[in-house]
Design a protein around this ligand. Structure first.
Ligand code: CU
Length: 313
């Protein structure tokens, strides 16, 4: 059934996590409205009823009224207890992941979400899940603070470096839901968008099997997939457009002016160093905002990326 303040909420696509939040949201708004109208109408009524009627109309001296004062203190106090109680139980529900939840690993970094599945499948900015079962996301960050937010599931949690946090939800219908980063994390924070894509359970299994084990194909093709999966494209275009970092178009063998005044030629070692320790040589005219990929990417993967970068001209 529709409620008065429904228009303020996005659709509820995960009742098990969203219902308690929504209920409380409606309760607070509706109770506030009732109190607001009560106060306004009482005020208008009294202003008319007790207005000064003649020149020598004297206000009687009223010191207090115990019944009235206790009533207007106790009712709001009870209301705050209700709000606390429901808020607390809703929070416990969000913190208590069902035992049979399906686990997916999520890593936030400037400015994408990298998703890892149990069988080695990987995606960027897309979380594929089956409908109808609880999903647990185990989240961490490889650089700064981010925050994972899916309004339609009413789940939101900080994502921190050097620590794991989690959220759970259970979408009941297939389709897509928007993910936002809600912790300001630098230039492209507002582009740190992603989607949850909900499949029928069988379709999810098929998708998972098809993507098992991560990138496939020739080294160049794998390099291309890695550049996507590692989120390089948040900052590097492949068509010459300048985003945050230099475009990969024509990168191979190009002359690179560095911020320290030196000039070098882009070769394997420079690319490798730029990926692992980007702060060592800063390209002139750019800011040192690329996070080191040390520990996040192995030599074999770097080699494939280099093979791919050679082909973009
Ligand atoms: Cu972020």
């Amino acid at each position: 059934m529709g409620r008065l303040f429904d228009f303020m909420l996005p659709e509820n696509k995960s009742p098990l996590t969203a219902d308690s939040t929504d209920w409380l949201f409606h309760f607070i708004n509706e109770a506030s409205l009732v109190i607001f109208l009560g106060v306004i109408f009482a005020m208008i009524y009294f202003a008319i009823r007790y207005r000064r009627k003649s020149e020598d109309d004297k206000t009687p001296l009223i010191t207090h009224n115990n019944t009235l004062e206790i009533t207007w203190s106790v009712i709001p106090l009870l209301l705050t207890f209700v709000v606390f109680g429901l808020g607390y139980s809703g929070w416990l529900n969000l913190k208590t992941v069902p035992n049979d939840a399906y686990e997916i690993q999520v890593t936030g970094f400037k400015w994408s979400w990298n998703i890892n599945y149990e069988n080695g499948a990987q995606t960027i900015n897309e979380i594929h899940v089956p409908k109808g079962i609880p999903i647990k996301l185990v989240m961490t960050s490889s650089d700064v603070l981010h925050s994972f937010f899916v309004p339609e599931y009413r789940v939101k949690h900080d994502v921190l470096p050097n620590r794991y946090t989690y959220v759970w939800f259970q979408p009941e219908e297939t389709g897509e839901s928007q993910i936002f980063c809600t912790e300001y994390c630098g230039n492209s924070h507002s582009n740190m968008l992603a989607k949850v894509i909900v499949h029928e359970p069988e379709d999810f299994q098929t998708w998972l099997d098809e993507n098992a084990g991560g990138p496939t194909g020739s080294p160049i093709e794998q390099g291309e997939q890695l550049v996507t999966l590692q989120g390089c494209q948040a900052c590097h275009s492949v068509d010459g457009t300048e985003i945050i970092g230099p475009s990969f178009k024509g990168i191979w063998n190009r002359e690179r002016k560095l911020a320290d005044g030196n000039t070098i030629i882009v070769d394997e070692n420079y690319i490798r160093e730029s990926i692992l320790y980007p702060g060592e040589k800063i390209a002139e005219g750019y800011q040192n905002v690329m996070s080191p990929y040390e520990g996040r990417i192995n030599d074999e993967e770097i080699t494939k990326i280099i093979e791919y970068l050679k082909t973009i001209d």
